[in-house]
Design a protein around this ligand. Structure first.
Ligand SMILES: Nc1ncnc2c1ncn2[C@@H]1O[C@H](COP(=O)(O)OP(=O)(O)O)[C@@H](O)[C@H]1O
Ligand SMILES: [Mg+2]
Length: 216
């Protein structure tokens, strides 16, 4: 019997919000949980592919495919057969590939950084989600990333986000990811933050995100 697979796209038309960071960390977290995972890198910048190439053999592994043409919605059903979970890392500018990724996915995670400017710039992605969800079901979840604690901008951003997510019928996750060096350092070594510093606050955030996404 073919596996029941979940397909999660990490998407935001804005660059630098943490799509690749969360895609790679979630792929590792899923592998650590014993799932067969495929990470699909649709960004010509190849951050996820570089992460996979940097990763030591012997670590919990995941499959990796690079695909930066808008054919994902056609190719993915075949590709994902052996996997429990497919995580798609999308690029910022490749609109057609990005739409194709969303068409292939059954849920979307939108990382957003806490600045009003970035939040409004993220409206593009919600417009595409809106359009596609007219014909099919998606779960759209939004996670705040790179939060600097106790800043006014973070509080204002939360308010703007709550408004947008409510309009969109999206879920704003309780888990918030803070700006922490561990996220950068771990990625540079091809490790998730849970592997890099298992007892760090960053690791606790990744575990909370994984649990809240409920993909196991
Ligand atoms: N929570 C975080 N704390 C610190 N640095 C982060 C965090 N999330 C992402 N970064 C860093 O921000 C930069 C952009 O992240 P990236 O995942 O490449 O974004 P995107 O894929 O959306 O362009 C990278 O240098 C990454 O290491
Ligand atoms: Mg990226």
């Amino acid at each position: 019997m073919p596996k029941q697979h979940r397909i999660l796209a990490i998407a935001n038309s804005k660059g630098g919000v943490g799509k690749s960071t969360l895609a790679t960390n979630l792929a590792v977290e899923a592998a650590l949980a014993g799932l067969d995972v495929l990470l699909v890198d649709t960004d010509p910048q190849s951050s996820s592919a570089v992460f996979a190439a940097t990763r030591d053999e012997g670590r919990p592994a995941f499959g990796l495919v690079q695909m930066n043409q808008p054919i994902l919605h056609r190719e993915l059903p075949k590709l994902c057969e052996p996997y429990d979970l497919v995580v798609i890392d999308t690029g910022a500018r490749e609109t057609r590939t990005f739409r194709s990724a969303l068409m292939a996915a059954d849920s979307v995670l939108v990382p957003v950084t806490p600045s009003a400017y970035d939040i409004w710039a993220s409206e593009d992605v919600f417009a595409v989600i809106d359009e596609l969800s007219a014909t099919r079901d998606f779960t759209t979840r939004v996670v705040l990333n790179q939060v600097v604690p106790r800043t006014k901008v973070a509080v204002e951003a939360m308010e703007a986000l709550e408004e947008i997510t409510e309009e969109q019928g999206a879920k704003l996750l309780d888990t918030r990811i803070h700006s922490r060096v561990a996220w950068k350092m771990a990625s540079g070594e091809g490790l998730s933050v849970t592997e890099y510093r298992p007892r760090s606050p960053a690791a606790a955030e990744l575990r909370a995100l994984w649990a809240e996404l409920d993909l196991a």
